[in-house]
Design a protein around this ligand. Structure first.
Ligand code: CA
Ligand code: CA
Ligand code: CA
Length: 210
């Protein structure tokens, strides 16, 4: 009986992203960008969307076989390389377009609807698509330049990063007054190293002003 109880707890732990007993999970989502988040010099509603993942586990993870998907589970981006424990990786809409083009798909990007939508993270294990994590956001979260993110990285609670477009309502997730951090740790903190995220420098430039 005790063994059964332990097994149940273990299964629960595996099924709950952000409990510290897992690998990559979704960490931040921006569905309705209003500026040039991918740093290509132009604003585009599709290319400047982003989804960030974090490795919430305690060891580096090979991201080969992990995919971002839309609400129907259609893949929009395939990861490569490895991610250190606690490391974050951002996928911009333009990254998804490049991946889709290389994989013979229509180049619809991350497909983050602005009326609320669901983002999914998958791992293909021996030919089977396994849902690793999903996040469903509301239309409030999908307003100009607001992102929703785990707060802090990898935890089970989500906040609205609303510094660029403050939200004063009371529907969770509540605004925390902080800026979105594509490729950087949520809730401030030092920016990641250059090898972790090159886009971060471009994002910082956005806030530096003239
Ligand atoms: Ca959108
Ligand atoms: Ca852009
Ligand atoms: Ca972030």
């Amino acid at each position: 009986m005790r063994k059964l109880a332990f097994l149940f707890v273990a299964i629960l732990a595996m099924a709950s992203p952000g409990t510290g007993n897992c690998g990559p999970v979704l960490n931040e989502v921006m569905a309705d960008p209003a500026r040039d988040w991918d740093g290509d010099g132009a604003y585009d509603f599709k290319n400047d969307e982003f989804v960030e993942i974090v490795n919430a586990g305690s060891a580096a993870v090979d991201l080969t076989g992990y995919y971002l998907g839309d609400e129907a589970g259609n893949f929009v981006y395939g990861f490569t390389g490895s991610l250190v424990a606690g490391g974050v990786r951002v996928v911009l809409g333009s990254d998804a377009v490049v991946w889709e083009s290389a994989n013979g798909q229509s180049t619809t990007g991350l497909r983050l609807g602005n009326d609320g939508d669901t983002v999914t993270l998958w791992q293909v294990v021996e030919g089977t698509n396994v849902l690793v994590d999903s996040y469903t956001y509301t239309t409030v979260e999908a307003e100009d330049d607001r992102s929703s993110g785990r707060s802090p990285d990898g935890s089970s609670s989500w906040a609205l990063f609303d510094a660029l477009n403050p939200y004063s309502g009371s529907t969770p997730p509540l605004g925390n007054g902080l800026a979105p951090t594509p490729g950087g740790p949520n809730l401030g903190g030092p920016p990641p190293t250059a090898t972790e995220m090159t886009t971060w420098g471009r994002v910082k430039d956005l806030y530096a002003g003239p």
